[in-house]
Design a protein around this ligand. Structure first.
Ligand code: GDP
Length: 369
C-alpha cells in the first residue's frame, strides 16, 4: 500500500497529481479543508488536504502487463523485421542466381553455347539444362560437341529420367486431358496384360461424356475378348469394382477431362478417393507445350497419380519432355506411346534407351542449327 498526502487549493488539481504519482488505480482515502493565513480562522486562503492510496500489487500487475505488452510488441517487430530480411535475402539470392546464370552463359565456349541452344530446341527444362551445362563446364572446360559425346550426354540425362514399370495388379486408373490418348493407351496395355502376361483383365469405363469413346473401347474389348462395364458415378464404379474382384487387373478409363473445368476435376477427385486405385497413370502427350504440361500436372494432382505415360512421341522431334515430365511431377515415367496402332505402338520406359534417344536428337539439333 502506498499512501500520499496532497495540499491543494482545488480538488481537480489534487486528482491530476494523484493520477500522475499513483496511477489510475489510486483511491482517495480522505479530504480535509483548512485555511492558512488570516486571523483566528477568519480570512486566509482555503486549502484542501487530500490523502490518496494505491495498492502496489495492482500497480505491479499493471506494470507487468505493460512490460509484457512491450515485449510482445518487440517480438512482433522483430518477427516482422526477420520476415522482411528473409524476403530481402531471397530476392538477393534470386538476383545472384540470375547473375551467375548470365555469367555462365557468357563463360560458355562456342561449342557449349551450341549445346545450350540444342537443349532449348529440344525443350529441355532450363533448370536441367543449366545443371548439365555447368557440370560439363566444370568437368571439361572446353568440350568439343560432336558425335563423340553421345554416350556422355546419355549419362548426363539419366539421373533426370526416372522410370519405373509398375506391376499391374488390382485397380489401375488412367487420367488426363481430352484427346491425349488415354483410351488408346489403355487398350494397348490391356492387350499386353491379356496376351503377353496372360492376366485375367477387365475394363471399367467412366468416360461417359463422349459416347464414341465408350464405343471405341467396347470394340477393342470385344476384339480382345475382355469384359467391359460402364459406370456413371464414383459410387457406381465402386459397386462395379466389388463385382469385378475376381479379376487380376481392372483398367479404369476416366472421362477426357478438360484441365480447365473445375467441376470435372472435382469429380475426378471424388472418383480417386472413392475407388483409391493401386496405380494411377497420368497420361500426357509429348507434343504439348511445357507450360501446358506444368499446368495439367498441377490440376490433375487431385487424382494422386503414381506414374506418367507420355503419348504421341511419333508426332514430335522435341524429346525434352522425357526429362521434364518426371522432373516436374516427381513420379516415374512408365510407358511411351509412338503411334495409333493397338496394341503395337507402346514401349516400356527404359531410362538408358530414352536418354540415348534424347542425346541423339540433341546432337541432331546441334548439327542443324
Ligand atoms: P482420350 O480422349 O485421351 O481417351 O484419347 P484417345 O485414346 O481417344 O485418342 C485420341 C487420338 O489420339 C486418337 O485419334 C488416337 O488414335 C490418337 N493417339 C493415341 N495415342 C497416340 C500416339 O501414340 N500417337 C499418335 N500419333 N496418335 C495417338
Amino acid at each position: 500500500m502506498k499512501m500520499k498526502k496532497y495540499i491543494v487549493t482545488d480538488i481537480r488539481q489534487a486528482l491530476e497529481q494523484i493520477r500522475k504519482d499513483l496511477g489510475e488505480d489510486a483511491i482517495i482515502l480522505s479530504t480535509r479543508s483548512f485555511r492558512k493565513g488570516g486571523f483566528f480562522g477568519i480570512g486566509g486562503k482555503k486549502f484542501l488536504e487530500v490523502t490518496a492510496v494505491v495498492d502496489e500489487k495492482e500497480e505491479k500487475k499493471k506494470e507487468d502487463l505493460e512490460v509484457y505488452k512491450l515485449q510482445e510488441l518487440l517480438v512482433k517487430s522483430k518477427e516482422k523485421r526477420y520476415e522482411e530480411e528473409l524476403t530481402e535475402i531471397k530476392q538477393m539470392l534470386k538476383e545472384m542466381k540470375t547473375m551467375v546464370l548470365s555469367i555462365k552463359r557468357e563463360d560458355l565456349s562456342e561449342d557449349l553455347k551450341a549445346l545450350s541452344k540444342a537443349f532449348e530446341i529440344q525443350d529441355i527444362d532450363s533448370e536441367i539444362s543449366n545443371k548439365i551445362l555447368e557440370y560439363i563446364r566444370l568437368s571439361y572446360g572446353n568440350l568439343k560437341v560432336d558425335e563423340t559425346i553421345l554416350e556422355k550426354l546419355t549419362d548426363y540425362f539419366q539421373p533426370f529420367l526416372k522410370t519405373e514399370i509398375p506391376i499391374l495388379q488390382g485397380v489401375v486408373m488412367f487420367v488426363g486431358p481430352t484427346g491425349v490418348g488415354k483410351t488408346t493407351t489403355l487398350a494397348k496395355i490391356a492387350a499386353r496384360l491379356k496376351l503377353v502376361e496372360k492376366k485375367n483383365v477387365a475394363i471399367l469405363t467412366l468416360d461417359t461424356y463422349r459416347i464414341a469413346a465408350a464405343e471405341q473401347l467396347k470394340i477393342y474389348a470385344n476384339i480382345m475378348d475382355i469384359p467391359m462395364r460402364v459406370a456413371y458415378t464414383p459410387m457406381e464404379a465402386k459397386i462395379e469394382l466389388e463385382a469385378m474382384r475376381s479379376f487380376d487387373v481392372v483398367l479404369i478409363d476416366t472421362a477426357g477431362r478438360s484441365p480447365n473445368n473445375e467441376i470435372q476435376i472435382s469429380e475426378l477427385k471424388a472418383l480417386a478417393e472413392t475407388i483409391s486405385p493401386n496405380i494411377c497413370f497420368l497420361v500426357l502427350a509429348m507434343n504439348y507445350k511445357y507450360s501446358d504440361i506444368k499446368d495439367m500436372v498441377k490440376r490433375f494432382s487431385v487424382a494422386k497419380f503414381s506414374h506418367v505415360i507420355l503419348t504421341k512421341m511419333d508426332e514430335t522431334k522435341s524429346y525434352g519432355h522425357l526429362l521434364n515430365v518426371p522432373y516436374t511431377t516427381g513420379v516415374p515415367l512408365a510407358y511411351v506411346t509412338n503411334g495409333q496402332r493397338v496394341p503395337e505402338d507402346i514401349i516400356e520406359a527404359n531410362r538408358i534407351e530414352l536418354s540415348h534417344l534424347l542425346a541423339k536428337e540433341v546432337l541432331r539439333s546441334v548439327r542443324s542449327s
